[in-house]
Design a protein around this ligand. Structure first.
Ligand SMILES: [Zn+2]
Length: 239
């Protein structure tokens, strides 16, 4: 049940079948010269819509913004503060809870550490505030990290690399431009760089040239299976 596409009576009917909702979140940030800025939400939203075709679950409208630290200086990145991110998650979950939703799966297509920390922080607060709620906070790439290794050839592949490029080649091939050369940035450890672009001009981490739509489909299917399985485990979870 894709919330942005169903009617009020359909929402009501749906609640008789499930009280589980997936809230997909990504970012709008640079993804090299070849992938769309909203890559992180495009792939995860397609995955959760596929999940909704297989099992009874609500899918909340996607959140296109998150916290981007290392790409914040790159053209096209729109980053938000931790405060804003926590506020929007808090308001959405509270509102859905009012409408009798109980199991909240926040799935992020963006794996940044600061971003994920904020999601965990607000998840814990909501758990305390809403007595009948269950909350899951999931980083998509963490969820599929083991299985995707069987598909991805590039060692140390990351942002806008082989994996993400493959996914977009599968779900939105019309949005993929010429694939750039591989790049592995050397970001300073411990020291916060003012000019982050200096260390990561390409905005790519990995080897996009190894990407293919076929690999993208395999990774996509792995992710959908993992989310379906997790949803079932989550509903059994006693807290
Ligand atoms: Zn990404």
């Amino acid at each position: 049940m894709i919330i942005q596409e169903i009617t009020m009576p359909e929402f009501e009917e749906g609640l008789k079948k499930t009280q589980t909702v997936i809230i997909p979140i990504g970012t709008t940030e640079e993804h090299g010269p070849h992938l769309p800025l909203a890559t992180d939400i495009i792939h995860v939203y397609e995955m959760v819509k596929e999940v909704a075709r297989k099992v009874q679950v609500f899918i909340a409208p996607p959140i296109y913004y998150g916290i981007c630290r290392s790409t914040s200086g790159h053209t096209g990145t729109i980053t938000i503060s931790g405060h804003t991110l926590k506020s929007i998650i808090k308001d959405i979950v509270r509102s859905l809870y009012e409408h009798r939703m109980r199991n909240f799966m926040i799935i992020s297509g963006h794996a940044g550490g600061t971003h994920m920390s904020s999601l965990f922080e607000i998840g814990e607060l909501l758990l305390d505030e809403l007595p009948e709620s269950k909350i899951a906070v999931i980083s998509l790439f963490h969820l599929i990290s083991k299985e995707s290794q069987e598909v991805v050839e590039t060692k140390g592949d990351g942002h806008a690399g082989e994996l993400e490029t493959s996914l977009i080649m599968h779900v939105r091939p019309d949005l993929v431009k010429d694939l750039p050369e591989s790049f592995f940035p050397r970001m300073p450890q411990y020291f916060l760089a003012r000019d982050k672009k200096k260390y990561w001009p390409a905005g790519v981490w990995g080897n996009p040239k190894k990407a293919s739509a076929e690999k993208g489909k395999r990774i996509f299917d792995i992710a959908v299976d993992r989310i379906v399985h997790l949803k079932q485990e989550f509903e059994k979870f006693k807290g």
